[in-house]
Design a protein around this ligand. Structure first.
Ligand code: MGD
Ligand code: MGD
Ligand code: SF4
Ligand code: MO
Length: 734
């Protein structure tokens, strides 16, 4: 156990460990949190506070060093399962948001000329409260909705606020991220996700997932370990991503065709009797139906669709059979089938079924279901229960496979257009830049009677709002405890690192409590965030004070053990090769080949536009961060990628400027010419094209991927289908 790995029982020892590590690193000596020490030579006061990064959903834990009130240093928390002692560049760079000159500092209201005016909190709250009540009186609480990107306090308070008003409409970012993947997995295995045991595997295949670009530090460490252990690591990606540093093979698949690859590999395993028949018989339903449905999906068939030679598809399947059960297809996150295509949900289902053929669930080196801990029941006298909202969320009927924990907020935009949703709140979400067809979204949102955005900077979504409410940055607030699953599950704290910098900013818990009061439902919020945090922590045997001392507390008694047969939480209690819900939603009962909605026609110069993360940026939210944008500018990272042979044919050289266009949008952009991309695709990094002039660093750099994506939703699953789009390029001056 590392010096930072603290358990409840060992926490006193652990606290000393923190001090030892810090002292060893040449810093001032430290006692436990809160007891600041003075540096004798400089007379500066140093405090060390545990917090969680807010630059992406991994929310890595770290220790923040604050010298005389200024943030000076971050050190990754070794006890945090996602950080394992390391942070990525974004974790460091994004911390500067606290000091950004572009921060929102006061509540604002849009006037009749469409300009924002600073107003006081009292006015903002009472006007929003009045409008919410007018909407409820006229249209009912279903006309209200919330879009939020889950944050420790935010996910609790936003849902409680909406439910208290009587609305079930609480949405995450899923429709533009991993909604199809998690919904498809749930149909097949009754769980929204799993984790491949990459480090201990003999073979792992990544389908559109790059640990080295779309970083989580613990994942990068696992991949490096796998590489050192000699695992066979295969990257299926139209683009040679940076994970190749720790991988053996690149399979440059035609984008949108991963389902065909999985079906054909499954076909090989079944035809050659190389699958775990005993495991399948004991744990699943519908296998025979699927086996006959995919009998025609031979490697030769798949070659014509995927562009991968049949011999390679067969070889990969045989290598899997050889390596099983210490092998799996990794679950991915977003890139290939989180929300990209008309076949994304079905690709997710097929992936789980392929892993089932390997018999790899909960096997060393296979695919694991890791434990997590959650808060127990709280005293209802102090934390009154909000009455259950019976109504279904918008989109639940039209997209029945979409997990209700995420929902499809694109459908909410449709409902705004149709006048059924009248009041829309956004928390930590830039939907108007990060979802398909931002221009249409702006038109849809213009129909709202009330649009409220809670943000830290003037996002594109905030620009459209009636009211903008400024949150203090994540370094200036303490939040509810965050429970994190893993080999050893933990609970970790985002504590307040810095004093509030702009006095008129407030944290989410205060904003939503005060909004609730202003809307007449304050009776459901008679507690402070500290009281709630403490109650949640006591329900799992610790306390806020204890967690504040150490930052992360683990639950070793809940640690993962290999070999357990999972409880399949599907309607049949088994792994479902066939799903009644899928059939009822108009899909095939078992996953079969589904064509992408559009396919590029090379002869007329069409390419599929694909996206992907860069290691130094997150979505739309870090482009305004100067230290990170400097890296973009130094390396020309906003360029699009074009295959070298294609470029030669089109007379385009590396560094040339082209016009990228389709029926939706067009714009100038420089080109990186490379052999690292499939010739049918053009890659555009997904972090640029900011249209908010108040973001002085990000504004106008590069193009926004989403401008080129039509507004449409994946049948049954409800995702944005962000890569069902074609583009062409023309050299500037031709
Ligand atoms: N163009 C583009 N679109 C994307 C993606 C992309 O990479 N590029 N990625 C997709 C993926 S994978 C996902 S998960 C979704 C994510 O979708 P979003 O959650 O909408 O992510 P961001 O685009 O980063 O926008 C986050 C917003 O929260 C604000 N914010 C940051 N910190 C705080 C805070 O402390 N408090 C509050 N209240 N607000 C804060 C930021 O200023 C920003 O406006 O986007 C998807 N869409
Ligand atoms: N640096 C960074 N890291 C992040 C984030 C971030 O914004 N920036 N966001 C976090 C979040 S919320 C998410 S969802 C994850 C996303 O994690 P990933 O899903 O790994 O991220 P992406 O870069 O979107 O996609 C991975 C790869 O998919 C490839 N790809 C595109 N289309 C296809 C296809 O049709 N088939 C196949 N096989 N591959 C395809 C892309 O070329 C890319 O290399 O990253 C997380 N980590
Ligand atoms: S992966 Fe990087 S950006 Fe994401 S939470 Fe961890 S340190 Fe922050
Ligand atoms: Mo995401």
């Amino acid at each position: 156990m590392s010096g930072h790995a603290l358990t409840r029982r060992s926490f006193l020892v652990g606290s000393a460990g923190v001090a030892a590590v810090a002292a060893g690193a040449g810093l001032v000596s430290l006692s436990v949190r809160g007891e600041a020490d003075a540096d004798a030579e400089t007379d500066k006061r140093t405090e060390v506070v545990h917090s969680l990064c807010n630059s992406c959903s991994s929310k890595c834990g770290y220790y923040a060093y604050v010298v005389d009130g200024e943030l000076t240093k971050l050190i990754g928390d070794e006890a945090h399962p996602n950080a394992q002692g390391k942070l990525c560049a974004r974790g460091y760079g994004y911390s500067q948001i606290a000091y950004s000159p572009d921060r929102l500092t006061d509540p604002m209201k849009k006037n009749e000329n469409g300009e924002f005016e600073v107003i006081g909190w009292d006015q903002a709250l009472s006007e929003i409260g009045q409008k919410v009540n007018d909407i409820i009186a006229q249209y009912g609480p279903e006309a209200l909705a919330m879009v939020q990107d889950p944050r420790p306090s935010g996910k609790y308070y936003t849902k409680r606020f909406m439910n208290a008003l009587g609305s079930p409409n609480v949405y995450t970012h899923g429709a533009a991220c991993n909604l199809s993947k998690e919904s498809g997995f749930t149909q097949a295995i009754g769980a929204a996700n799993f984790e491949s045991d990459v480090a201990n595997s003999k073979m792992t295949m990544f389908i559109g997932r790059s640990y080295a670009d779309a970083i989580r530090p613990s994942s990068v460490a696992a991949l490096q370990q796998a590489h050192e252990n000699g695992a066979h690591i295969v990257l299926v990606d139209p683009r040679l991503n940076n994970s190749i540093a720790f991988a053996d093979e690149w399979v440059p698949i035609n984008p949108g065709t991963d389902l065909a690859l999985i079906l054909a590999m499954s076909n090989v395993l079944i035809n050659r009797d190389l699958y775990d028949a005993e495991y399948v018989a004991a744990n699943s339903v519908g296998f025979d139906e699927w086996a006959s449905a995919i009998a025609g999906y031979t490697p030769e068939w798949a070659e014509g669709i995927t562009g991968i030679p049949a011999a390679d598809i067969e070889r990969l399947a045989l290598e899997f059979a050889e390596a099983a059960p210490a092998a799996s297809i990794e679950p991915s996150w977003r890139g290939a089938f989180g929300c990209s295509y008309a076949n994304s949900g079905e690709t997710a289902r097929a992936l789980c079924l392929f892993n089932t053929l390997l018999g790899c669930w909960n096997q060393p080196g296979g695919a694991l279901f890791l434990p997590s801990v959650k808060a127990g029941d709280l005293d209802p006298a102090k934390f009154p229960e909000v009455p259950k909202v019976e109504a279904k969320m918008w989109g639940a009927e039209e997209y029945p496979l979409a997990l209700s924990s995420m929902g499809t907020n694109l459908y909410v935009a449709e409902m705004a257009k149709e006048g059924k949703v009248k009041g829309l709140f956004f928390y930590n979400s830039n939907m108007a830049a990060g979802y398909s067809n931002p221009a249409q979204l702006a038109e849809d949102f213009a129909n709202l009677d009330l649009m409220v955005v809670v943000d830290v900077q003037m996002s594109e979504t905030a620009m459209l709002a009636d009211y903008v409410l400024p949150e203090c940055s994540y370094l200036e607030r303490r939040e509810l405890p965050e429970f994190v699953g893993g080999r050893v599950p933990v609970v970790s704290l985002r504590d307040q690192v810095l004093e509030v910098i702009h006095p008129n900013t407030r944290p989410a818990d205060v904003i939503f409590t005060q909004l609730a009061e202003a809307c007449g439902v304050g009776q459901y919020f008679p507690f402070t965030v500290d009281e709630l945090a403490d109650a949640q922590l006591r329900s799992v045997g610790t306390s806020l004070d204890e967690l504040r001392q150490v930052g992360t507390i683990s639950f070793p008694e809940k640690a993962y053990a290999y070999g357990k047969v999972p409880e399949w939480k599907t309607p049949t209690g088994k792994i479902q090769f066939t799903s009644e819900a899928c059939e009822a939603a108009g899909l095939s009962a078992c996953p079969v080949w589904v064509e992408p909605q559009v396919m590029p026609n090379e002869t007329v110069g069409e390419f599929r536009l694909i996206g992907g993360k860069q290691a130094i940026h997150t979505h739309t939210q870090t482009a305004n961060c100067e230290p990170l944008m400097d890296i973009t500018k130094s390396y020309g990272l906003d360029r699009i990628w074009i295959n070298a042979e294609v470029a030669e044919r089109l007379g385009i050289a590396d560094g040339d400027e082209v016009i990228l266009s389709n029926t939706m949008a067009e714009g100038p952009i420089k080109v990186k010419v490379t052999e690292r991309i499939n010739p049918t695709a053009i890659y555009m990094p997904s972090h640029y094209g900011c249209k908010s002039p108040d973001q002085h660093t990000a504004y106008g750099v590069g193009l926004n991927f989403m401008d080129f994506v039509p507004f449409h939703m994946e049948p049954a699953y409800g995702s944005a289908m962000t890569q069902e789009t074609l583009v062409s390029v023309q050299k500037v001056g031709e």
